[in-house]
Design a protein around this ligand. Sequence first.
Ligand code: NAP
Ligand code: MG
Length: 453
Amino acid sequence: MSATFTVVNPATAQPIREIARADEAQTDAAIARAVVAQWAWASLPPVARADALRAFARVVEAHVEELAQLEVLNSGHPIGSARWEASHVAQVLNFYAGAPERLSGQQIPVAGGLDVTFHEPYGVVGIIVPWNFPMTIASWGFAPALAAGNAVVLKPAELTPLTAMRLGELAREAGLPDGLFTVVTGSGSVVGQRFVSHPDVRKVVFTGSTSVGTDVAAGCARELKPVTLELGGKSANIVFADADLEKAAASAPGAVFDNAGQDCCARSRILVERSVYDRFLELLEPAVQAWRVGDPADERTEMGPLISASHRSTVAGFLDGAKVAFRGSAPEGDGFWFAPTVVLADRGDRIARDEVFGPVVAVLPFDDEADAIRLANDTIYGLAGSIWTENLGRAVRVSRGVKSGVLSVNSHSSVRYWTPFGGMKASGLGRELGPDAAEHFTETKNVFFATEA
Ligand code: NAP
Ligand code: MG
């Protein structure tokens, strides 16, 4: 493996810069510095950790435009989305800056003394992130982990390291101690694997594919270290005949084509009640054609390119033998462009079951409520989903029946930093974000103090 890798602009296919690949010794050195930094960090008064995280948030806020432009360059995200992502990082830091003073334990009645629990930090947490949302997914790990008194080593995806590297610098600018939060660039099989195997990394957070996530979990099992996994998805957008069809159709493209479909929460299956199937497709077609694909630096752009040439060929492979109903547009040129595509699918088709991670949506009809739930659950995944109906009882029944971690009725929202996020089944293990995330980066210690004289 060469000592550097080339980062490429996916909208132009042009190289941006060379990045160093850390080897195992360099990874170990970062972990060793983290061990030292963590000890001092956890010993600080809670308010001092809170202040440090607020300072980090303020520095990120002051650099939102710079971070957003970097993400446009490295990931091809539309500038409007990239600004949202950079601001989100600051908000996540601000939110978890409230945690150090709220990590209260319990006092439990025990005869002959005083029994209390402490939320102790794990120590060093290793965070491995993918290329689809490089900044935001990193912050879901590092902000609550730091708040709980841990040090963090972060491995960005080789395709998209630039914003993570900049966040590492901004943390130092904000005054976070040396070694507390280190971004280690390099390959998954070296740096990522070392987070799994190194005895001083006491918890691993992994976001990416289900296959690599399964290996990471197996490696963590051998070391008896806890792991949080955010993996793939094949989420259903379920449209009942009693729904506001206009609204459901108008919002469906955004729910799957946002970030060019490279979103683990993408509603990549649209399940439509048979009686309104034709009407729904009629309404969907103009919405797909109006979806603006183009230069990510243009403020009006809704969708940029795919992340790489190889990923584009993987996505294109899903159209072999598929029944394409209609497509949107995409620019010509050297970037990794792919036009939004709507496919009519049958149950059991590969396009109806496997994660595409691109701007391709499969539409399938269903017969009734029970059939809708069965079809929504007919996948190894269980991350997100949407339910469109004006019937309250049905909304409650279906949202309880669908085995997914994050559902939304009459909307497509999935991510709010103050609500829990994560998947069931092959979509993951554990939850990120929400009120309890900092606690997930601690383990409970029980101490009994005998009071008998
Ligand atoms: P991936 O291969 O699972 O990579 C995710 C991260 O894990 C990257 O940082 C990667 O490093 C690292 N990694 C790779 N092999 C590793 C190993 N053996 N041990 C530890 N870390 C390792 O995912 P991908 O290649 O980016 O995408 C492939 C597919 O995964 C997508 O098409 C999609 O289906 C799914 N995916 C899901 C999400 C999600 O949000 N849940 C995000 C991205 C992708 P490198 O830099 O070396 O690759
Ligand atoms: Mg990979």
